[in-house]
Design a protein around this ligand. Structure first.
Ligand code: SF4
Ligand code: SF4
Length: 285
């Protein structure tokens, strides 16, 4: 049989932890509802192994939750780097920046393993400002800047700066209500939902591929809240991710559908339901 070429994936998100040290209302990875412990190196390698020759990952984003809460993050990055060369794949950690000063090994990850770090500056906006946290993130940013400046880039890589910071991150909130009372939207206009979607990124979770973060993590959160019997959520709890034993045709079809509206988008609002970063409640958890 002919070898099938790997399918290009611009980005896949991989949670190294589902919990966070911030509570940002509307987090579309649901990490504000803090579900679960950090994942181990072996688990995360097992998740991606079955896909590494079938998909060509241009970028892998290790995140959560807050990835710097995972004590094994350094080893996870090194293990992923052993599988994915810097020439082929941009390996990125996305953090809220609060713990950078406590993770000096990030220097080695940047300089020796060519890991990129993106800092989401949630604490710079948010409804209530916490000067202590802001200063801590600023100190972290200064360190990253220095480590990135001193890094020698391997030849033939064009992945942009080793360190980026993003401010004013507005969220399209995909559910109604909050906390234990969250509910899906109910409508049939999946085209409008997809138009307003702010979280369309492929997720690799427990070895399976999911269309986006909301559908990947909603099950865990509802279970944590004891709401897994809520009839309104049932269709979404029956969502079937793509499993590693899928056929090549099924994988191709899944990846073709990935940027398209699908039935699952019914759970999201068919209009802008945005919380502006300046108006968002952020608590330290
Ligand atoms: S910092 Fe906020 S938006 Fe980012 S994962 Fe944590 S709770 Fe979600
Ligand atoms: S279900 Fe559809 S609209 Fe909702 S977050 Fe996922 S891709 Fe976006």
């Amino acid at each position: 049989m002919d070898q099938v070429s790997p399918i290009l994936v611009n980005n896949v998100d991989v949670h190294v932890i589902n919990s966070c040290n911030l509570y940002c209302h509307g987090c579309n990875h649901l990490a504000n509802y803090g579900h679960g412990a950090p994942f181990k190196v072996e688990e995360l390698v097992d998740w991606i192994e079955p896909w590494k020759d079938r998909l060509y990952f241009k970028r892998i984003s290790l995140l959560g939750g807050e990835p710097l809460l995972n004590p094994d993050l350094k080893d996870i990055c090194i293990a992923y780097r052993k599988i994915f060369s810097p020439k082929k794949t941009k390996l990125r950690v996305i953090t809220n920046g609060i713990l950078i000063t406590k993770c000096p090994w990030l220097q080695e990850l940047i300089q020796e393993y060519h890991v990129h770090v993106q800092v989401s500056l949630h604490v710079f906006t948010g409804k209530t400002k916490n000067e202590k946290l802001i200063n801590r993130v600023k100190e972290g940013l200064a360190l990253l800047e220095k480590w990135a400046d001193d890094a020698v880039r391997p030849p033939d890589t064009k992945w942009g700066p080793y360190f980026e910071a993003k401010e004013k991150l507005n969220f399209q909130v995909f559910y109604q209500g909050a906390g234990t009372q969250i509910k899906p939207f109910q409508h049939d206009d999946i085209i409008e939902s997809k138009k307003h979607c702010s979280c369309p990124t492929l997720q690799l979770y427990n070895s399976n591929l999911y269309k986006c973060a909301p559908i990947a993590y909603i099950g865990d959160v509802l279970e944590k809240f004891g709401r897994e019997d809520d009839p309104d959520w049932q269709p979404y709890l029956r969502y079937e991710p793509l499993t590693p034993d899928c056929t090549d045709d099924a994988l191709l079809e899944f990846m073709k559908q990935q940027p398209q509206p699908e039935w699952v988008c019914k759970m999201c609002p068919p209009y802008a339901n945005v919380i502006l970063s300046d108006e968002r409640e952020i608590f330290q958890s």
